[in-house]
Design a protein around this ligand. Structure first.
Ligand code: TXA
Ligand code: MG
Length: 372
């Protein structure tokens, strides 16, 4: 049931992957690598000192657990048994009839792995995982990424790889190798460059251990896709976007300031008018420059950008997948131009789950939310 990855070890690319895999096995400095969603910052999930290296490099709060990346189901099964009965951190033989993977996930794994879906699993007593991975929770999140580069890296490292997104904490997630360099230069040694990421927003996180099962973070796999799986028809949305101050989020990472460029983001909900030209003028009179990210409906050139040279406009287009793919890069580009403020045209959540994922990230990034 597992994937065979053929890798010609004599090619230059394969040598780089192999070198990165060696660093994962032996070093405590994390390695950045591409996945189909965003770039990850990886470390051997079985070694505390290596996992601590991730929190250090990112300056990530220690109570925010990491996702464990695996390249085969056997590698995952090894993590579901107590280490007293297990064969070690690498792959084990399949344990036949009594599969340790909770059956609620069978179909999801079949349909969506490898791919942008993270599932929550019970962390056994004497777990092989370093305690820093789970940040004290009794569960862990796991995913099999689709990127061949990522799969090859994990396979060659022959370790489960803990990896959050490879941005500095609070910054937009990196969707290109250069974004990782901008955030982590001097803090890490190796970035595998696989070009821009396909999806552009992180994986969907689901909890099938609760009843009913819940989506803890919207992402690359949609609510509709999940609802079509037996056992998942009544999946509930376990994250909150709009007024989330009160209750404790179930995915610990969802409570932090996140995805933010340096400039404050003004998020205009779908259907709101673009900012008035007086708004622009007031910034420009103070000698400040402005960023605009438009999507589906705001007019093509906002005219304003012609009148005012200090307005930088990025058009993400109207296709949801293009918007997701380009969003974080757009926020980072505008940061590089040192704009004082970024006005973003939001999209309708109801346009599907990738749209919901985009709006979820934008609401977390936004300092000011403008209603329609
Ligand atoms: O697409 C992705 O998922 C990317 C790539 C690199 O794979 N990774 C990623 O990791 O986004 P990170 O650390 O930025 O986000 C992990 C999310 C956080 O919201 C975290 O709180 C949640 O998953 N999470 C991890 N373990 C959990 C657990 N045991 N229970 C609930 N939520 C968990
Ligand atoms: Mg992240």
């Amino acid at each position: 049931d597992d994937w065979q990855i053929e890798l010609d070890l004599n090619t230059p690319d394969a040598k780089h992957i192999q070198q990165a895999a060696e660093e994962l096995r032996n070093s405590d400095i994390p390695v950045a690598f591409p996945t189909e969603t965003v770039y990850g910052l990886g470390a051997d999930a079985t070694r505390s000192s290596a996992v601590k290296g991730i929190y250090n490099a990112k300056q990530r709060p220690a109570d925010n657990p990491l996702i464990v990346h695996i390249a085969s189901l056997n590698q995952l099964r090894a993590l579901l048994y107590s280490s007293s009965t297990s064969k070690g951190p690498g792959e084990t033989e399949s344990r036949d009839e009594n599969d340790s993977i909770p059956p609620i996930y069978n179909l999801l794994i079949q349909r969506f792995w490898p791919g942008p879906l993270t599932i929550i699993l019970p962390n056994p007593p004497n777990s092989l995982l370093a305690p820093e991975v789970t940040a004290g929770l009794s569960t862990f999140g796991a995913r099999m990424p689709k990127s061949l580069l990522a799969l090859a890296l994990i396979k060659l490292a022959d370790r489960p790889i803990a990896a959050p997104s490879a941005n500095a904490s609070t910054r937009p997630s990196p969707t290109e190798a250069e974004h990782v360099l901008d955030d982590l230069k001097g803090r890490i040694r190796t970035i595998l460059n696989g070009g821009p990421c396909d999806v552009g927003v992180e994986s969907t996180v689901v909890d099938g251990l609760s009843n009913p099962p819940a989506i803890l973070r919207p992402g690359g796999i949609s609510l509709e896709q999940l609802q079509q799986c037996p056992g998942w028809e009544h999946v509930v949305v376990g994250y909150k976007d709009l007024s989330e101050k009160d209750s404790k989020p179930r995915a610990p990472g969802m409570k932090y300031r996140h995805y933010s460029p340096r400039a404050p983001v003004f998020l205009y909900e779908a259907g709101s008018h673009p900012p008035e030209s007086e708004t622009f003028t007031s910034y420009l009179l103070r000698g400040e420059s402005i960023g605009v990210v438009r999507t589906k409906f705001w007019p093509a050139s906002l005219d304003k950008s012609e009148k005012f040279s200090a307005v930088w406009e990025i058009n993400l287009g109207s296709a949801t997948s293009d918007i997701a793919r380009g969003l974080f890069a757009a926020l980072r580009d505008l940061d590089k131009r040192e704009v004082s403020v970024i006005f973003v045209e939001g999209i309708q959540d109801s346009d599907g789950d990738v749209a919901a994922a985009v709006m979820n990230r934008l609401r977390k990034a936004a300092e000011v939310k403008v209603k329609g």
